[in-house]
Design a protein around this ligand. Structure first.
Ligand code: EPU
Length: 338
């Protein structure tokens, strides 16, 4: 276990904002958590469980405990002719883990290639991209309760996954440190190619050449073309969620804005791309000081260098205000604001 105080979190958040944490505890094995649980009362000592810091915005110094998993390793727990169950430590890098499964030719996570963050954070916000969410291949996870020290397994149902959410973001937020996550992958994969840019990418490819590896390569190429690399330009992916509204409300909007793109969801709900709404307000490619709206994807807010958390938040609020005024839609942040 590593215990530090007054440390800079600049390298622990992909926005690259400069803030400090009062205490920082990095845990490499379950056994080390006992010490943390003994000394620590979540009621008194404000705490936050930090993964890869790729989906949050710090707006001030964190005057509490940052708990960080550094639990590593992957291993196959079960294997048949058709399937593999693979367990990965929560501190593993997500993208490296996906690359490992893709290299083996195991299907299920290829559409989620190159997403920044850790394995432990993936189920917390049920990461998703290109028509797939991690819940689709999720089998179970093991977590430790930070108050009792009790170790527990959660299956898919118990995690209550939804669009960018789970119980670990809702009612159980901050109570559990995820130790490892198990995914069920397929040796004869069902590839998900519905997303329009993927279809376009494979337009001229013969079907037998569209493999797990090919899909992963395609996803990486599409991501690199649209999304900034946090190593080069600070960002946390999509800053807002895509709003979901009732069909009746959508029809009114469509009358005013006939070009509005949309995706139909079950039970009369409609999802609208927030990137389009933001682009229509004229924010795409604009900046306020060092905080800006990415020029190739309006849903991504970037830090051109020295933007502070409050500056990024002010830009986000200005965008929300303009979208509300023009479309009467309140955009909700996807990133966690601390
Ligand atoms: N669009 C615009 N202008 C823009 C950006 C988007 O008009 O500047 C419209 C276009 O109609 C485009 C549509 O929005 O076809 C969708 O854009 P895109 O395919 O880039 O996806 P998104 O809805 O903006 C979501 C996820 C991404 C994920 C992609 C691909 C959310 C909040 N974001 O973005 O996830 O990679 O789909 O599946 O659901 C993330 O969560 O951080 C993230 C990057």
């Amino acid at each position: 276990m590593q215990f530090l105080d007054h440390i800079s979190l600049k390298n622990y958040n992909t926005f690259g904002v400069k803030v400090k944490a009062r205490y920082f505890v990095s845990i490499s094995a379950y056994e080390e958590i006992e010490d943390v649980v003994k000394n620590f009362d979540p009621g008194e000592n404000r705490h936050f469980i930090l993964g890869g810091g790729s989906n949050l915005l710090f707006t001030r110094d964190f005057n509490g405990w940052i708990l960080h998993s550094n639990i590593k390793g992957y291993h196959v727990v079960e294997e048949t002719d058709d399937e593999v169950l693979i367990k990965a430590g929560s501190g593993e890098n997500w993208s490296d883990f996906v690359d490992f499964t893709v290299q083996k030719g195991w299907g299920g996570l290829e559409n989620l290639s190159l997403i920044p963050g850790t394995v432990g954070a993936a189920p917390v916000q049920n990461i998703g991209a290109y028509g797939v969410e991690q819940k689709d291949a999720f089998e179970s996870l093991e977590a430790c309760n930070l108050i009792s020290g009790q170790r527990c397994y959660f299956n898919k149902l118990e995690c209550d996954f939804d669009y960018r959410s789970s119980i670990f973001k809702g009612g159980e937020a901050g109570k559990w440190l995820i130790l490892n996550v198990t995914y069920r992958l397929k040796k004869k994969p069902d590839l998900h190619l519905d997303y329009a840019p993927l279809q376009k990418y494979f337009e001229k490819t013969p079907p037998e050449k569209i493999t797990v590896r090919a899909v992963s390569e395609a996803v990486k190429a599409i991501r690199r073309a649209k999304l900034p690399d946090p190593e080069k330009l600070g960002n946390a992916g999509s800053f807002f969620k895509n709003p979901i509204i009732r069909e009746e409300r959508f029809h009114h909007l469509q009358q005013r804005f006939p070009d509005i793109p949309f995706y139909r969801l079950p039970n009369g709900w409609i999802k609208i791309p927030a990137g389009w709404l933001i682009e229509q307000t004229g924010w795409k490619g604009k900046r306020k000081g060092d905080a800006g709206v990415y020029e190739r994807q309006a849903l991504v807010i970037v830090n051109y260098g020295k933007a502070t958390g409050p500056e990024i938040l002010n830009l986000a609020k200005a965008i929300q205000k303009d979208v509300l005024k023009k479309f009467d839609i309140q955009l909700e942040p996807e990133v966690l604001i601390l």
